[in-house]
Write a protein that binds this ligand. Structure first.
Ligand code: ATP
Length: 236
């Protein structure tokens, strides 16, 4: 069986700046994979290339065995690969409920709205209380919760989370990661880009450390905790 996601010899960048220089990694179905590395190594660029937001220069990306590089972001999302970008990306001028209904209506496949709303407002009661509030007027943490719920509304097969914990209080981060765990338990495959190593390592099955646009180390979290080599890469 092919992996759920396979990135092969990927090159991508911005104009003449090449950021990814032959990046390769695999994401098995049902796993949580963490992409780690110091600032500016290309973690966000990798997620943007996979989701179709950034064109690739060369190399290939396969999702469920089908080639997706060169396809439009909305087509890729409809096939079940969803990006939760850094900085939340919710629609500020729509209410909490409208944000969720929009995605659920477009992509929510096999679940009714009532069923989905019950679950999501059960897990995040604060969003339930604020379902009529404009998303743009909520706190950073609340918007991040909404971004996670919006990804769930799309019934994704694979979710890419970019810096889920960025700028949030520890309790909210705990809550969000609890939710990622629940998504995995339901069979969703997850790719995490994280600054908070503790959370990423607690959740991930496999870690890839990026440096200079390639994977410089791959292994299990336990090896990463035990070894110093990979940690050197992280802090380089
Ligand atoms: P961080 O952990 O700091 O978010 P990252 O690993 O996610 O870093 P990227 O955001 O992928 O890194 O950026 C990789 C490189 O590409 C950086 O040097 C960055 O300055 C550059 N870069 C990112 N976006 C653009 C852009 N729109 N135009 C030009 N250069 C860019």
């Amino acid at each position: 069986m092919p992996p759920m996601l396979e990135v092969r010899d990927l090159h991508a960048g911005y104009g003449r700046i090449e950021v990814l220089r032959g990046l390769s990694f695999r994401v098995p179905a049902g796993s949580v994979v963490a992409l780690l590395g110091s600032n500016g190594v290309g973690k966000t660029t990798t997620l943007r290339a996979i989701s179709g937001a950034l064109p690739v220069t060369s190399g290939s990306i396969h999702f469920e065995g089908r080639r997706i590089d060169g396809r439009r972001p909305d087509e890729i999302a409809r096939d079940g690969l969803v990006l939760v970008p850094e900085g939340r990306g919710v629609f500020p001028g729509l209410t909490v409920e409208e944000n969720l209904r929009l995605v659920h209506g477009a992509m929510g496949r096999d679940r009714s709205w009532a069923d989905f709303a019950d679950e999501v407002f059960g897990v995040f009661p604060r969003l339930g209380e604020r379902r009529a509030q404009l998303a743009g007027s909520m706190s950073g943490g609340e918007q991040q919760m909404l971004a996670v719920c919006r990804a769930m509304a799309a019934s994704p097969k694979l979710v890419l989370f970019d810096e889920l914990s960025m700028g949030l209080a520890p309790l909210i981060v705990e809550n969000l990661f609890e939710h990622v765990r629940a998504m995995r338990a339901r069979g969703t495959t997850v790719v995490l880009v994280e600054q908070f190593l503790t959370h990423a390592l607690a959740l991930a099955d496999v870690c890839y450390v990026l440096s200079r646009g390639v994977v410089s180390w791959a292994g299990e979290p336990a090896e990463l905790r035990a070894g110093t080599a990979a940690v050197d890469y992280l802090t380089a």
